[in-house]
Design a protein around this ligand. Sequence first.
Ligand SMILES: *[C@@H]1O[C@H](CO)[C@@H](O)[C@H](O)[C@H]1NC(C)=O
Ligand SMILES: *[C@@H]1O[C@H](CO)[C@@H](O)[C@H](O)[C@H]1NC(C)=O
Ligand SMILES: *[C@@H]1O[C@H](CO)[C@@H](O)[C@H](O)[C@H]1NC(C)=O
Length: 406
Amino acid sequence: MRAAASILNLLLLSLLAGLDPSKTQISPKEGWQVYSSAQDPDGRCICTVVAPEQNLCSRDAKSRQLRQLLEKELKEKMDELLPLIPVLEQYKTDAKLITQFKEEIRNLSTVLTGIQEEIGAYDYDELHQRVLSLETRLRDCMKKLTCGKLMKITGPITVKISGTRFGAWMTDPLASEKNNRVWYMDSYTNNKIVREYKSIADFVSGAESRTYNLPFKWAGTNHVVYNGSLYFNKYQSNIIIKYSFDTGRVLAQRSLEYAGFHNVYPYTWGGFSDIDLMADEIGLWAVYATNQNAGNIVISQLNQDTLEVLKSWSTGYPKRSAGESFMICGTLYVTNSHLTGAKVYYSYSTKTSTYEYTDIPFHNQYFHISMLDYNARDRALYAWNNGHQVLFNVTLFHVIKTEDDT
Ligand SMILES: *[C@@H]1O[C@H](CO)[C@@H](O)[C@H](O)[C@H]1NC(C)=O
Ligand SMILES: *[C@@H]1O[C@H](CO)[C@@H](O)[C@H](O)[C@H]1NC(C)=O
Ligand SMILES: *[C@@H]1O[C@H](CO)[C@@H](O)[C@H](O)[C@H]1NC(C)=O
């Protein structure tokens, strides 16, 4: 296997403006790149950190690879991580996390030096494991920085005008940066044709790349594409289907126990929108209502392979009074209407099992929203706004107050 560095993209939302590009930008060959982009009107930045991904070598040609690993990757990684420190310095309100992150980077540096000195003493696999583990911890650290509380919704940008009043369109939050396929599912009932486009540009111009004929019709507009599979609610049931776009096969199907369906507990606009499937930074979720919870919203985290419920939270918000809902960083945000004047009115944190009333307006430009879903990769809300496919940007705010909050 070649050592060519593929790219891992990590987004990190900065609380402070004014990152100095000359300080933070280094050439791609040097590895990690840190630069700011997408500055919003409040002066918050989104920083993108591009890092070389760990290549997975086979055990053959062990010594060559080991040398390669040591000379290039480990050493480079070390050099590459050091420029992160000035960026992190700017997270003044995140002092604790910065300290931890800096320590993590310095620890990494020490460990790598140690490994280089003791080159003879390490088995290749052990080295590989240690590098992987360090990377994983850094990635987790970065994830904490990227997550936050919804503060503001801006836009929308109208991407396209097409289809009926009700429908869904989406991209895969787990797809690689280059893969920007769009899926399009018009109408909430009596349809099983999914249209695929290679990019947003192809979607806009109407250059379809594939169509999929699902084995079952769907209900509602609350489908999600996650890690290459489509998850949807099978018509007239509370069965969730996981369908693979690669193989064209149903990989799993399971009834969502007690979940109301077929307009028993839809969103305010109806349309069999009883069961809402969504994905965020944490994983795959189903949002629905049950008789047991008196028609109020239940949030369940799902196993993406088996569709089993891993854990559920019962909220006190009536599903039939919700316009739409979406999940960001484990918090569910619920709008109070699908019509003009709709706003994000309620939020429920699965981390603390607590709710809050919120007042986050957004511009319902075409007066009727039948789908609203967060995409963690794009940090955007995808919406179907009365036959218009629109995107909203979100501003998240991240504060670490205490050690317990990490
Ligand atoms: C979101 O923000 C980015 C960066 O400012 C901008 O390029 C993009 O057009 C915005 N999208 C929407 C939907 O407002
Ligand atoms: C760094 O290493 C020290 C000493 O081994 C350890 O106590 C500490 O927890 C490490 N810090 C991080 C953030 O991993
Ligand atoms: C995505 O799917 C691949 C297999 O196709 C799997 O190896 C990987 O762990 C999945 N990623 C996530 C985040 O679940």
